[in-house]
Every structure is written in C-alpha cells, then in structure tokens.
Design a binder for this molecule. Structure first.
Ligand code: AMP
Length: 464
C-alpha cells in the first residue's frame, strides 16, 4: 500500500494572511447576476480529485474515505472554489456537497495557515456535527483542528476549545452568536471563509435575524452558500452575503436517483403493522429507515419491532439531544439496523448505506417524499423505497405520483403470507400499547417541567 504522506497545517504560521481590499458587506446593489458555469466545462468529466486541482494530501484523504471519484457537485464546485470565487451550490444532502466546500477550504488553509480560518454554519445540531466529522476526516492527514459550537451542550467546554485556536469552526447560528457575545478573546476578525449550509433551512428555522447580525460583523471573506431550493428569502441572503458568485446546480428538483427502486403497497389501514413485519422479515438484516407521521407512532412502532425481536431504534424531536445522537450513532455503526423516524431525520442527516426507506405513514407532500426516499440509493448506490398506501391515502399518493411525473409499481404481497404474522403482531401490539402508556406519562411530566418558548440556544433543535 502506498505510504500516506502526513502534512500539517503549519502552526508557526498561525498569522492572518493580508485581507483582500475591502468591499461593502452588503453588495445587494452592485452584485451582478451569478454566472452560470460554462456548459462545455461541466461536460468534460474529470476522473479524479487531483484533476480538479486538489492537492495530494487531500486526495489521499479522499482515497482513505473511499471516495473513488468526485461526485457531480464536487466536479463543478471544486475548480471554481479553488479559483477563490464565491459560490452558490444548489444541492441536497447526499450529493457530496460537504466535501465540495470542505476540500477547497482545507486547501486554502494549507496554503495560508491561520487559526479561525473558516466558519461553517448549519441549521441543526446533527448537521453541524456531521459537517465537523467530515472536516476532521478530510483534514485528518493535515492535522486540522475543528471546533463544533451547537446548542444543548455546555458553553464552557466549547470556550475552552475555542481558546485552543481551531482552524475551522462549525456552528449553528444561535450558539455562535452567544460565543461571540460572551466568550472572551473569541472573534472572527481574521475569518477567510464562510459557508452557509442548507441556507433555505437556516431561513425556515428563523435564523435570518441572527445571520444578518453575523454578516454585519464578519470581515470580507470568500463565501459559499448551499441550498436545496432557491427561494426569494435565500436570494436576498445571497445578495447580502456573496460577492459576484458562480452558481452551480446539481439539484434535480422533483426527481429521485436513477438507482432508486420505488414501489407502493396497497393495504388495509388496520394491517399496516402486519405488512411491515412481513416486509422486514423478507428483507432481514437490511438497513432501513421507517418514516412515521408522529412522535407517538415512531415510538410505538419501534417498541413493537423490538418486542418482535427486530433491532430498532427511534429518532424524533422529543428525544433529548444526547438520546438522538445515541440513536443515530447506533444506526450508523450498524448496532441497530432499523431507524424509526419522524421527518426530523428526512433532511440533512448523513446516514450512509441505507438499503430501504419505508414510508409507514405517507408524507403529506411530494417534497417530503423526495427528501425521505433520498436517504437511500445515495452516491450511486442502489436502494429501495416502499410506501404504504391505505384506503385513506389514495389521494395523497396520486398527488405524489403526479409530482414525480411517473406511476410507481405496486409491490404485491399475498395477504395469506402476511397474515401468518397476525397473531404474534397482535400480542406485540398489546405489549407496545402498555409501554406507550408509560412513555406518554413520562413525556407529559417532562413537558410540564420544561414549559416556555424556544430560546436562541435551542433554535437549532429539530422538531417533529
Ligand atoms: P453529503 O451530501 O456531503 O452529506 O455526502 C453524502 C455522503 O456521500 C457522505 O457519506 C459522504 O461521505 C459521501 N461522499 C461524499 N463525496 C463522495 C465521493 N466523491 N464518493 C463517494 N462518496 C462520497
């Protein structure tokens, strides 16, 4: 095996490189329309990260992570970013967008080493954590120091980490502002790169006013804005934060990956649990995310599955932050192969190699459907999405098919075969109902204790 050369970001050079000539932060009046990337350039498909201009130590890190070739968003973003341009990336989680912005940032850091070189903002704690992991993994061969600033975690340990002068900070906006206001010695005056990841969601979660405040105090820097959708709110954020950006798009709105098989099961509402068990039994050992509509159902289905001997774990917004992270980690490490989720898990979470997505409850709109099924068949892998359609869901299902612009195949399951599980399922349902009573009692008392409105610190907490 070829030896991997380990290079370090030069500690002795932790001095700011001279700032570029200053430009107003709000360039809304003068920023020309974003350039579209040259088509012919996009069509020449480079085969490797090094052909995109990525330096050897970062190419080695990609190889270590099993990235054989750049994904389309990486192919399009990296060369433009390496030229120092501001960037708008229209891409979703699953496209490889994180490495598309992290690699150029780390390359610049290697060339111009300094502390507090870059700031990456994300809407939720889980996403911020995933990005920090990606920074650490891609920067592992160059010893990058990365600090994560998110709500729900002790401020003091984060302040101590900031005192160690990280190169990269990954944060949710509320907690970052808290540190800027309260942590002595912490400032972003030398910042060279800002990333606004999932900008549409940052704005949906009402982080707009905090972002405005931050943009006023940040120096001139290179900015990348990534978003799954381009709403008018995102456009005004783009005008306020980017300078003469290049726009790169791989988001195929309303479309799903070609490696994704999609089908539906038409079944009576009262047999949903039985059909679920039949389906999972047929596909024993595969990894699956099972989406339900409510926190209660998520909890109930996961108890039911456990009672039947499946390795299931729930994730929803009413679990504590540490419980949610523990669920995700168990699922990622494959110590549990079934994740039962509300739509909290449908966006943003990087869960590699999911074999199946099961819509136990149908989503109410096609956008959520696409986000959910996008958890499988990622980065060229194959995957299968099953949707349960009951007598009550026909209208919603037809709307989803219409938005997808195709009729999906029906997965025929023989009723006799499914009914083999009826008796065991009904026993497990009774046991689950009892456990749910306990869960709801605990939840009621926790809610009474909590009371009050969501403050700045827990705005980055997903709901649902
Ligand atoms: P992201 O869209 O950044 O959340 O990435 C989705 C998943 O794709 C993550 O698990 C990445 O580790 C993985 N990934 C990113 N780039 C590549 C690549 N070039 N080849 C294979 N997998 C990748």
């Amino acid at each position: 095996m070829p030896a991997i050369k380990k290079r370090r970001v030069q500690e002795e050079n932790l001095v700011a490189t001279p700032a570029k000539p200053s430009e107003p932060l709000d360039n809304s009046d003068q920023s020309p329309e974003p350039e579209q990337e040259d088509q012919s350039q996009a069509e020449k498909r480079p085969k490797s990260f090094s052909e995109l201009g990525v330096i050897e130590s970062l190419c080695d890190a990609c190889t270590e992570l099993g990235y054989k070739a750049p994904t389309p968003i990486q192919e399009q973003c990296i060369p433009v970013a390496l030229q120092g341009r501001d960037l708008i990336g229209l891409a979703e989680t699953g496209s490889g967008k994180t490495a598309a912005f992290v690699l150029p940032i780390l390359q610049n850091l290697m060339e111009n080493p300094q502390s507090l070189h870059s700031l990456i903002l994300a809407p939720t704690r889980e996403l911020a954590q995933q990005i920090a992991q990606a920074v650490e993994a891609l920067g592992s061969l160059i010893s990058v120091r990365c600090t994560l600033l998110i709500g729900g975690v002790d401020m003091i340990s984060q302040s101590v980490a900031l005192g160690k002068k990280p190169h990269v900070v990954v944060a949710t906006p509320g907690r970052l502002l808290d540190h800027l206001e309260n942590t002595r010695g912490f400032s972003l005056r030398q910042l060279k790169y800002l990333v606004l990841d999932e900008a549409d969601r940052l704005l949906d979660l009402d982080f707009g006013p905090i972002l405005d405040k931050l943009l006023k105090i940040l120096p001139k820097r290179t900015t990348y804005l990534f978003s799954a959708t381009m709403s008018s709110k995102v456009e005004s954020l783009q005008r306020a934060s980017l300078s003469n950006p290049v726009r790169v798009s791989v988001s195929d709105k309303g479309q799903t990956a070609s490696t994704l098989l999609q089908s539906y099961l038409f079944l009576p509402h009262k047999y949903k649990d039985i059909y679920l068990i039949h389906l999972l039994n047929d596909r024993a050992g595969q990894t699956a995310i099972i989406f339900t509509r409510t926190v209660n159902e998520t909890q109930r289905v996961s108890i039911l599955l456990r009672n039947l001997g499946f390795s299931a774990i729930p994730i929803h917004g009413q679990l504590s932050q540490s419980a949610r992270l523990a669920s995700l980690n168990k699922f990622r490490s494959k110590s549990r192969n079934l994740l039962i989720a509300t739509d909290v898990a449908a966006r943003g979470l990087d869960i590699p190699s999911v074999d199946l997505v099961i819509n136990y409850d149908l989503p109410q709109d096609s956008k959520t459907y696409i986000h959910r099924v996008g958890r499988t068949a990622r980065a060229g892998r194959s995957g299968h999405a099953f949707s349960f359609v009951t007598q009550y869901d026909v209208e919603v299902w037809l709307r989803i098919e219409e938005a997808l612009n195709k009729k999906l195949d029906e997965e025929k399951i023989s009723k006799e075969e499914a009914m083999v599980f009826a008796e065991r399922v009904s026993e497990a349902q009774r046991a689950a109902a009892l456990e749910m009573r306990d869960f709801n009692e605990k939840k009621g008392s926790a809610l009474r204790k909590k009371g009050g409105k969501r403050g700045r610190d827990n705005m980055d907490e997903d709901e649902g």
